[in-house]
Design a protein around this ligand. Structure first.
Ligand code: ATP
Ligand code: MG
Length: 538
């Protein structure tokens, strides 16, 4: 008998179910409303993009690109792919290799033939891997053939030749390297360039929401498929603008973006919200780069007191040492030079202006000199928002200014500022706050009794639903007691009781489940009656 198999969601992914999804919808609806009032429009982006987009923007040295991306190859050459798969999946040296029964070289020949024809047609670029495959696979095939033609082929020799052939076949890129997006800022910038959005009225204000993918170790508040709600403000730089004026303008834009997130969180009733801000200057020797050198020198002096991660980062990315959560390093970090003392005049001025703008808007913040972003294109304003009830994964939003990014991705010089909210964590924190309160499941439960009442019950359900009420119409009739019990379990507010007497008289019984009171309502007045009740509740 076939084994019964239970499928499970892939590690780090999860199903979101009702009633929780009601909260997700409310959060997303609120984001649309709030962001809309700030003049943002929604952008819907593809979930797959070329790896290069993220390698170039986030950087191939980062954890995200280096090891956390779900990536694969995309190509349209099915025959070539099939031939390659034949090679890769064929196991020539199992426990009992039987070389005599087939001719594995034929797979190699077919693959090479298809490959050189694709290269000739220009379907595949002549990359070093392709040229190497075309050259050395022929040679390996001949060596393999010679071995297999011996009276007693040596399995070890066969294995070596075959795995070399397999490796060559694997190395050939048949198409684009693509991946599931780990974040969306790079995609928004790509779209801005692709659709010539610099020709629109500037700035362009966009928001997005949807799943992101990172192959991280799953834990509370950290998933492999998680959801972000984010927004970006992009503005083409017009040549010869007065730098001092633009500092003030940028500061206002930064502060408004931050004000928008905080308004959104306040509207949701998120608790224990804390906004940290910092300026990380810009990538120039008289600003951040100078600071990084100072920091590196200071870190070298205390190197042996640091953990292995931080020791490594002294070389690769000293700013990230400031991020460290290691208890033993906190005292050392407190004594390190601070970026605030190394900012150039413009960056320092801009930071002051951002703080003034936040004050004007009544946005409360805390300055945190250790708040950094390890990526070069980030500059000046950076911020992070934390919330209650999330343990060590307590960052619900990260953001910052990234004036160089669009240009880095091949566009015209453009300013940018944005943020990404971790929706999963936002929801976790909201759930912490409202623990115990059960979502209202239904407005009306229709308890119909007797076949003759069914037509009336169906019509009542149709009218109520058309008026926007959430209605449960049980598929089979039930005894009154059972129906009321069911209504209770579903969290219904009202039970509409329809027996044959009610249908005959046109006077229907409406029972308020919270207090058990009953009223007689004429059928045609039911919708209006419930509307009035609903208004009273609000
Ligand atoms: P963290 O320091 O928590 O790893 P991050 O710096 O990697 O965050 P960003 O890339 O700035 O995060 O993404 C913005 C927000 O997205 C984070 O503040 C967090 O709320 C959320 N987030 C990031 N990674 C995950 C994940 N794997 N699962 C759930 N939420 C995540
Ligand atoms: Mg992370």
């Amino acid at each position: 008998m076939a084994e019964k198999r239970k499928f499970q969601a892939i590690k780090g992914t999860r199903d979101l179910l009702p009633p929780e999804t009601e909260l997700w919808n409310r959060v997303e609806q609120t984001a649309r409303e709030v962001f809309g009032t700030f003049g943002f429009g929604e952008i819907r982006l593809p979930i797959i993009e070329k790896i290069d987009l993220f390698a170039r923007s986030i950087g191939s040295e980062t954890d995200i690109v280096g090891k956390e991306m779900f990536s694969f190859e995309e190509y349209g050459f099915t025959a070539l792919d099939t031939f390659r798969r034949n090679i890769i999946t064929l196991n020539l040296v199992g426990p009992e290799p039987r070389f005599g029964f087939f001719n594995p070289q034929i797979h190699v020949d077919r693959f090479l033939e298809a490959l050189s024809s694709s290269v000739q047609k220009g379907e595949i670029a002549k990359t070093p891997e392709v040229l190497s495959a075309l050259g050395s696979m022929t040679e390996l095939r001949d060596q393999l053939t010679a071995e297999l033609q011996k009276e007693k082929p040596d399995p070890e020799e066969v294995r070596v030749y075959w795995s070399a052939i397999q490796q060559q076949a694997k190395n050939v890129h048949l198409g684009d390297q693509i991946c599931l997006r780990p974040e969306a800022t790079a995609s928004v910038c790509r779209a801005y360039i692709q659709h010539n959005m610099h020709a629109l009225t500037q700035p362009v204000k966009l928001y997005y929401m949807g799943p992101m993918f990172r192959r991280e170790r799953p834990q509370k508040g950290r998933y492999r498929q998680f959801y972000q709600i984010g927004a970006e403000v992009l503005e083409a730089i017009t040549p010869n603008t007065d730098a001092t004026k633009s500092l003030g303008k940028d500061a206002a834009v930064d502060a408004e973006v931050i004000e928008m997130v905080m308004t959104f969180f306040a509207r949701l009733g998120l608790e224990g919200v804390q906004l940290d801000i910092n300026s990380i200057g810009h990538s120039a020797p008289e600003c951040r780069r100078g600071y990084v050198e100072k920091l590196r020198a200071a870190l070298e002096k205390v190197k042996d007191k640091l953990g292995p991660d931080s020791q490594r980062r002294i070389e690769t990315n000293p700013l990230r040492v400031l991020d460290s959560k290691l208890e033993s390093e906190q005292g050392i970090i407190a004594g390190l030079p601070r970026i605030g003392d190394s900012l150039c005049a413009d960056c320092a001025k801009q930071y002051e202006k951002v703080k003034r703008q936040l004050d004007l808007r009544g946005v409360k913040y805390q300055e945190n000199w250790r708040l950094v972003r390890g990526l070069d294109y980030y500059m000046r304003t950076t911020f992070e928002i934390t919330a209650r009830g999330l343990g060590s994964q307590n960052a619900v939003c990260g953001g910052g200014r990234y004036d160089g990014l669009v240009e880095l991705l091949g566009g015209a010089p453009t300013k940018g500022i944005g943020f990404a909210i971790g929706e999963d964590r936002l929801i976790l924190s909201l759930q912490e706050a409202v623990k115990g309160s059960v979502a209202q499941g239904r407005d009306v439960y229709i308890a119909w009794m007797g076949e003759k009442t069914l037509a009336t019950a169906i019509r009542a359900a149709q009218n109520l639903r058309a008026a926007g009420f959430r209605v449960e119409l049980p598929p089979v009739e039930q005894k009154l007691g059972k129906a009321l019990g069911q209504a209770d379990k579903l969290g219904a507010r009202y039970a509409l009781i329809l027996g044959e007497n009610e249908v005959a008289s046109g006077e229907w019984t409406v029972k308020t489940l919270a207090d058990g009171t009953q009223e007689l309502v004429r059928g045609e007045k039911l919708v209006e009656f419930l509307r009035v009740q609903k208004k009273k509740e609000v």
